[in-house]
Write a protein that binds this ligand. Sequence first.
Ligand SMILES: [Zn+2]
Length: 301
Amino acid sequence: MKPADTVLVYQSELDYLSRCILDYPHIETGGQLFGYWTSAGVPVVLYAIGPGDNANHQTTFFNQDLNYLEKVGGVLVHEFGLQHIGEWHSHHQLGLAHPSGHDASTIYDNMLKHRLRWFLLCIGNCTNTTSTINAFNFIENTPRYQESQWEVLPMESPFRKVVDRRLKQVLRHPYTKVSALVGMKYKSTMVHGVKQHYPEGYWLNEKSNNKVLKQMLDFVQAQYEDFVCSVSLDKNKLVHILAKEENESTVVDILFPIGFPKQSPLITFEADGFCASGLGWHSIDGAIMPSFVEYYNAHRL
Ligand SMILES: [Zn+2]
């Protein structure tokens, strides 16, 4: 059996790691990754943690605060049923975008010791303002690893808010508030468990726009506390953000047409059949999110 060449991850957790890395641009930092493995050995990252207060940050190594790991990990494993599937640390600006020889042998030793079949190691790098994260899958009986690509679910992990709430007194979150991911090795995007091949020229072929889609989803969700908002794909492989009532009936349907963001999103308020006309859409290069918020607010009922 070979190690998997992909890692499934929720956008919220990549953003969290990016913020953690940016907290320490000149020194190592790190943490653990929780989730589970698919039957094919693909890691699914559902919740990431950063360093505890007593973690040891050095230029060329990082040791987690074990007390912190035990407290947080204990709840994640025993209350939420997640597994400790891997670790991450940052090689900040060392110029090393993969595991060091020492990293690989440490993982190998630990896998032997704890009889682990698979393990995921993520290595971060950064500048003072941007970060990247590379994923490496390990498999039992060899210190060799497989460099892997990210398969991103463009939404918040279902565990992020509940665990944050449950461990409010214990968790240490990054000071950096905004993530900045560049140079990521993405495979493709999954929407509702389906691998996406968008039409040619579609805005979501630009991988960095996954994050914008997630920001828009969060924005729409914040407008409709009582409804469930989600990303969905129509038969033309175009993306919609839908707000639905509990009985599944759609309240708001926001379609991103093939010409988006030059063309406006198509917002339909289903209850009264009102459809935003495209009037007032100002597409600003590289700033889809503010354009979207302005347009949405101009047309909301
Ligand atoms: Zn290292």
